[in-house]
Write a new protein. Sequence first.
Length: 607
Amino acid sequence: MKLEVTNSPFNQEQVELLNRVLPLLTEAQRIWLSGYLTALQGSAAAVTPVPAPLAALPANEAVVSKEVTVLFGSQTGNSQGLAKKLSKKLEERGFQVSLSSMADFKPNSLKKVQNLLIVVSTHGEGEPPDNAIAFYEFLYSKRAPQLEGTQFSVLALGDTSYEFFCQTGKDFDKRLEELGARRLTPRVDCDVDFEEPAAEWMNRVLESLSGASAAPAVASAAGAAVVSGTETEYSRSNPFHAEVLENLNLNGRGSERETRHVELSLEGSNLQYEPGDSLGIYPENHPRLVDELIEAMGWKAEEPVAINKNGEERPLREALLRNYEITVLTKPLLEQAAKLTSNQELKKLLEVGREQELRAYLNGRDLLDLVQDYSLKGVPAGEFVSILRKMPARLYSIASSPKAYPGEVHLTVRAVRYEAHGRNRYGVCSVQLAERVQPGDTLPVYIQHNPNFKLPENPDTPIIMIGPGTGVAPFRAFLGEREEIGAEGKTWLFYGDQHFSTDFLYQIEWQRWLKEGVLTRMDVAFSRDTDKKVYVQHRMLEKSRDLYQWLQEGACVYVCGDEKKMAHDVHAALITILEKEGGLGPEEAAEYLTRMQQQKRYQRDVY
């Protein structure tokens, strides 16, 4: 609300001054000023006011604090990247910024923070990322302080295909309010396509902290190229089209699995990576599924449809191939689809009390199932695609060292194929790589830096690597890097798969590294070669005494692979080893691993 000269007792100069000052005042400052003017008016000895009383305002009310603490909890690096971007924007506006991982932040100093900004992802089934666990537990403990003097805002990253979408961000937001902190701006929950909502959240935060409109951030759906000098900066929003150099099946004849070793050229991209980082690929949907969907809906393949908010159009078939996700169903998608149809059964599925039925329906079904099961034929293509998510990139742990393979990046990708609900299903990117990508083709890619999965700075530090199946990919990069730099530290690899004869990925390379001393020890578990299934955690328990000795010597532990089962079992095995060999109780063993995580000696790249 702005004062106008025509309806106020102030002259033009006073109105302009008030319109500059009033938007800068906090709620507390406005209340104080209102009381001050009332008291001044009622004073028997009224005199012309002087500026002195304003100086008597408490420091935390008279001036908006220019100190801001930005905390991030990140598993793959997205939250950390956004936190860095936010910090830079704040510093450009004159704020003093303290940027920190939640793992590195001292919780006891929280009560001193006036402006707290949190950027956090949700991992697994609603769990905090590894480097946020300790801070999360502190906030929910009895040691958490009251935070009446703190104002905060939360940016939550997640994926609507998971039931507990952005749960960690929601938990932080709720808990900070419970502790008395005041919400600076509302929490924003981001899906996998997070650039635009994240930019909008940053702008609102900047406006609230600055008390003035911040310049709007540019977040293009297509991602315009950023030009620095004469070089194009390739990124998540502006991927590089990398040429495929090699695409091989690593599994032997007769294997139930197909694992592709893919080599890509980064020549001319200026993209840099380190062992532990991931490569993002923007894939294409299976042409057969796209054609079946178009036929089921009675659409025309060449009909133009919008692919972004700017109104850019492409033929429907091309848009469904490259721009939109059609293989995953989510509750928000069904809610939007229900608005486009009069189908009462779909509306009933979304009713309160039918959550378990909805959960069962979403599992393993895709867009074709939805339109066939609920007779959605007749909805115009343009309306329908407007409710679809953009095609998210698929992230793969990089399987090469840039020192060993300059200008290249290697991946280890297992083709996902299965039958569900009467139809064959395909992993979008993995089957594209297995069936439709040849050397000479190009793929749109970008580097996803992962600062939470890195080799120790000291090359003499021993490392223990646990990676069954394709989880072994980053350890090929680790050992390639250690070989190139001449690292002296001991290395131990635990690897597992189904059969020794057909599924021993990169066997020749491990054997060469063992012979040359780059790899000190290797223990393998081939689960289908024995009567009783044996996995990597069983091999760890068999070698518990030696493994504990390595931990005592300062070894770093790395785990890569399946989060739901393998990573949980490996974590439990480490607890058991600490109890058995170290004489620790269950709580002491858990605290030991927590300290290792805080010291970056226990790192996980799990999915």
